[in-house]
Design a protein around this ligand. Structure first.
Ligand code: 0GY
Length: 301
């Protein structure tokens, strides 16, 4: 089947630079996706965007180029609850990839077992309204209780302004809960303001909550170019990510978010994204926890 990419959608960066920051041995890219190829793994009818193709082999080539050892591949909304592209990537990864799937209430125990055997270790619940239609919370809670039996976790994706409304549901989840992209803080607001404070409180009070300190390119307002006298791209996101790494060093993960769905202004060079890491994880010990120990504990033990 032929799919027309959503207008304005940028393709992933074709020739990423070689990072200057040398990743520690065993580093895991804990948030990335595969898209299609659409001709083999068609995109879901209910999708809100149509991406460009981004295949498993292209992902594995990026992994090797950047110096990662492994990947955690997260089911993207453009594939809905059809996990076949994800399964195919996991089954061809020689054990170097784990997955986070999307399932519906109708998923059978046999299907969950097949996903588990392929390397799926979690399900994703998405609350970002531009990406998905609403799924009833009782359905999600039922899924969470079923996957708990497999020792999986729940990945949640939401906007910071929606945390108050979702708080009771999130805190009722019976598993480890991993938040995508720091709960999407508005980084133009102060780090010590009420919105980010609520997120920090969420992590502090609930020891089962982890956060991905990912997606500066998505959250930044200052953008990718370091201004004169400044050292860093995505400068405005650094304090938020660094705070979480310092404060919750055993419950943070990092990933590229390749192939970066829904970016229309600029497409990041994944090599430069890796070079951003030492600014948020500022010691070798913090880097090892973020990139090796935490993802290995969650996905490979
Ligand atoms: C991300 C972010 C986005 C998209 C998805 O599943 C998805 O479609 O997660 C986004 O548009 O913010 O994690 O890749």
């Amino acid at each position: 089947m032929n799919f027309e990419k959503t207008p304005g959608w940028l393709d992933w960066y074709q020739q990423p630079s070689k990072p200057k920051f040398q990743l520690p041995n065993g580093a895991v890219d804990s948030h990335c996706h595969v898209f299609g190829p659409g001709a083999i793994f068609p995109f879901a009818a209910e999708r809100k965007y149509t991406p460009c193709d981004a295949s498993r082999d292209q992902l594995f080539a990026l992994r090797d180029h950047l110096g990662f050892d492994k990947n955690v591949i997260v089911q993207a909304t453009c594939h809905g609850a059809d996990n076949n592209a994800l399964l195919n990537a996991l089954e061809n990864s020689q054990g170097k990839a784990r997955g986070v799937a999307t399932v519906k209430r109708s998923v059978t125990d046999g299907e969950l077992e097949r996903l588990d055997q392929a390397g799926v270790r979690g399900v994703r619940f998405n609350f970002v309204k531009r990406l998905v239609d609403f799924t009833p919370k009782d359905e999600l809670l039922e899924i969470a209780h079923r996957i708990k039996a497999l020792n999986w976790h729940v990945v949640i994706y939401f906007e910071a302004v929606d945390l108050p409304e979702l708080w009771d549901f999130f805190t009722a989840l019976p598993t480890t809960v991993v938040v995508d992209h720091m709960g999407r803080p508005d980084v133009s607001k102060p780090i010590d303001g009420p919105e980010f404070a609520l997120f920090v409180d969420f992590m502090r009070r609930h020891q089962n909550v982890w956060s991905k300190v990912t997606c500066p390119e998505r959250l930044s307002i200052t953008g990718p170019k370091a201004l004169a006298g400044e050292q860093s791209a995505y400068k405005d996101v650094i304090p938020f990510a660094k705070y979480l790494v310092d404060e919750f060093s055993d419950r943070v993960l990092w990933g590229t978010d390749w192939p970066h769905p829904n970016l229309k202004d600029h497409m990041p060079d994944d090599g430069l994204l890796v070079d951003w890491i030492p600014q948020i994880a500022t010691t070798p010990e913090l880097q090892r926890k973020l990139l090796v120990d935490n993802p290995t504990r969650l996905y490979w033990s």
